[in-house]
Design a protein around this ligand. Structure first.
Ligand code: NAD
Length: 377
């Protein structure tokens, strides 16, 4: 079968769903690989490198007309869908819950659609395909780099001839995959790092990364099942706001990553807290796309309020396009290996396999999302 990788059409998206290394490995699995001209440029994967790895470089029209399988990063828009030929297998981020119209359009084309955002993360054998984790890790790293770029001081403490410089203080709200990556990066740059999460189980992970876990003074467990957070009680939220207000006054940088599945992002940083921060402080709100953890965040923008820079970029992974494309392409390769156990260049979407069942959201034009609940051992 022929795998095609088009150029991403979402404005500003620099990632691509392939790397030269993965081209070679897909060919070894028996597939033919074709890439749209210029598709990898934003990620510094140029046509010559992809061609040297064995990919055919083609026009968009040829790609869509002759690919049996299409790899993408962003969910297709309706223009992209119109270009897909009937019966194609699409492997991409899809977000079926948020995109019912797109799901209908994809089903109408008799496609099979495998959603990278639906890989069952709790199955340990699915971890190698978990692009949410690889992208969140990159996002957490880049959030710290953006903060450091907007911050007017060093992160690490120094003793210089011109005086003693204290380390920057960083507070991370939410210590899931992105938050832990942000902790690791901030600690690596030499900052004093603190973090908070509503799930008690992450406290040890936070400490093991060299940060201090700050507990909310209120007894309530935040785990809502499957390793994800739940919406907390009014009482907890009040106690949490008091703690966050104290931290806001003290720290230089706040990075927020808090999300609750299927709900708007919890509001953790109020306008009043922002006003209490030192001038020159920075907030990076990684939840900007889902409504924001900070009241003053404007999605896709960096704004300055009361001398505090508030960054709401929603394209953090795309800002590190070579790294994110490399990891995403590897996640796609691992997924393709699961679909091609015979290594004969043909994929088989075996709905009896619980990992494959989990991410298959449309099968031959029939919507199969949501999947039945996972049976964990
Ligand atoms: P996420 O992006 O949904 O949320 C980010 C973090 O925000 C979470 O840690 C959450 O607890 C926290 N949060 C939510 N509300 C909050 C609030 N009001 N205040 C403070 N923090 C709040 O989560 P994620 O990063 O995708 O990870 C969720 C879980 O899934 C984690 O436990 C992670 O370890 C787990 N996971 C497991 C696997 C695996 O086992 N294969 C893979 C990936 C993730």
């Amino acid at each position: 079968q022929r795998i095609g990788i088009p150029k991403e059409t979402f404005t500003g998206e620099k990632r691509v769903a392939i790397s030269p290394d993965v081209v070679e490995k897909l060919i070894k699995l028996g597939f033919a690989v074709q890439v749209e001209t210029g598709a990898g440029e934003g990620a510094s994967f140029y046509d010559d490198a992809l061609a040297a790895a064995g990919a055919k470089i083609v026009s968009a029209a040829e790609l869509y007309a002759s690919s049996d399988i299409v790899f993408k990063v962003r969910e297709p828009d309706l223009n992209d869908v119109a270009k897909l030929k009937d019966g194609t297998t699409l492997i991409s981020f899809v977000w079926p819950a948020q995109n019912p119209e797109l799901m209908k359009a994809l089903a109408a084309k008799k496609l099979t659609v495998l959603a990278m955002d639906c890989v069952p993360r709790l199955l340990s054998r699915a971890q190698k395909m978990d692009a949410l984790t690889s992208m969140a890790g990159i996002g957490g790293y880049r959030a710290v780099i953006e903060a450091a770029n907007a911050f007017g001081r060093y992160f690490n403490g120094q003793i210089t001839a011109a005086g003693k410089i204290p380390p920057a203080k960083v507070f991370i709200a939410g210590a899931g995959v992105a938050g832990l990556a942000a902790i690791g990066t901030s600690v690596g740059l030499g900052a004093v790092v603190r973090a908070n999460d509503t799930r008690a189980e992450v406290a040890d992970q936070v400490k093991s990364m060299g940060a201090e876990f700050i507990k909310v003074d209120y007894e309530e467990e935040g785990s809502g099942g499957g390793g994800y957070a739940k919406v907390m009680s009014e009482g907890f939220q009040k106690a949490q706001r008091e703690m966050y207000a104290k931290q806001a006054k003290d720290v230089d940088i706040i990075i927020t990553t808090a999300l609750i599945p299927g709900k708007p992002a919890p509001r953790l940083i109020t306008a009043e807290m922002v006003a209490s921060m030192k001038p020159g402080s920075v907030i990076v709100d990684m939840a900007a796309e889902r409504g924001g953890n900070c009241e003053l965040t404007e999605p896709d923008k960096a704004v300055v309020k009361n001398g505090v820079t508030i960054i709401g970029y929603t394209d953090l992974a795309s800002r590190l396009a070579k790294q994110s494309s490399t990891l995403y392409a590897t996640n796609l390769l691992r997924l393709t290996e699961e679909l091609c156990k015979a290594k004969d260049g043909q994929i088989v979407v075996n709905m009896e396999d619980d990992a494959i069942r989990g991410f298959t959201v449309i099968k031959d034009g029939e919507i199969t999302w949501p999947p039945p609940p996972l049976k964990l051992p």
